[in-house]
Design a protein around this ligand. Structure first.
Ligand SMILES: [Zn+2]
Length: 289
């Protein structure tokens, strides 16, 4: 069943959960332990800047050049992993990323969806940009080729559970199954287990943090929510991204779960503008790896 075929009651529940999810995000006090390749870890405030840097600014975009990501592992140099590495158990998700410069991370949740994800991948490829896709296992089962394409083009594929449930209402065994099945199918699709996890609706609990750590994943939330799933209009999505732009920001959008035409269109608009404003759109690397 695709997200579009979800019965109305689930869509309604999703709306009802919005306030709660936003509260989780707003109340989060997680420190920042994530950094970018080549940067010293820097601990930053976790609240978005009240005065985000203006999008308009000096032209700092550099000429595109052939990507070298195939030669440089995104997760750093090290011995090949034979088994999932346990990561530290956190008590709150990371909300943004640290590092020098005007770096931002674009994340897309709930896919892949054959109607929208390829267009977003095309746009990212056009500008030689890497992003994060938090995929649902049941969507991966329908579109394994798209997950392979994500990884092949240098994007980070994260775990967003199998069926997008509210984890706080599940038993521990069910949470594990949702997460482990999804890591398994991601590995089957692209050859690598995910290193990042995001709870549906931003609704985390201790079991999710513990199981995620056992499966070798760090929890990543977001700083700026485009609320694109409410289909507020392309212009509104663009405004939310550009108004929220600031160093370290993690942007949440969706490439599935409904009609994501506006999200596809918005990316085409805000991506070049962010680059023109000097933002470096990239993906995080865990500094303790
Ligand atoms: Zn989601």
């Amino acid at each position: 069943m695709t997200k579009d075929q979800l019965p109305p009651r689930l869509l309604t529940r999703r709306r009802a959960l919005l306030a709660g999810a936003a509260a989780v995000g707003a109340a989060g006090t997680a420190g920042l332990f994530t950094t970018f390749a080549g940067d010293e870890p820097v601990r930053r405030a976790t609240t978005p800047s009240p005065s985000p840097a203006p999008v308009a600014g000096p032209q700092a975009r550099t000429a595109h050049k052939p990507s070298s990501y195939r030669l440089e592992p995104l997760m750093g140099y090290g011995p090949p992993r034979a088994a999932p590495r346990r990561t530290p158990v956190r008590r709150a998700p990371m909300l943004q990323v640290s590092g020098r410069g005007r770096r931002m991370v674009l994340t897309f949740d709930d896919g892949p969806d054959a109607r929208y994800t390829p267009h977003m991948l095309d746009t990212l490829r056009e500008y030689d940009i890497r992003a994060m896709f938090f995929v649902c296992g049941e969507m991966v089962a329908e579109n394994p080729d798209l997950v392979a394409r994500m990884a092949d083009e240098g994007h980070v594929v994260g775990n967003h559970t199998w069926s997008h449930p509210l984890l706080t209402r599940l038993r521990r065994r069910e949470i594990r199954e949702e997460m482990e099945r999804t890591s398994d199918i991601i590995e089957e699709s692209c050859g690598e287990r995910p290193a990042w996890f995001r709870a549906p609706y931003g609704a985390w609990n201790r079991a999710a943090f513990q199981i995620g750590a056992e499966l070798g994943m760090d929890p990543l939330a977001w700083t700026v929510d485009t609320l694109d799933w409410t289909t507020p209009g392309t212009r509104t999505i663009v405004d939310r991204v550009e108004n929220g732009a600031a160093p370290g920001v993690v942007v949440l959008s969706h490439d599935a779960g409904g009609d994501r035409s506006q999200s596809v269109q918005a990316l085409r608009f805000y991506l070049p503008r962010l680059l023109d404003s000097g933002y470096h759109l990239t993906v995080p690397v865990r500094h303790y790896v």
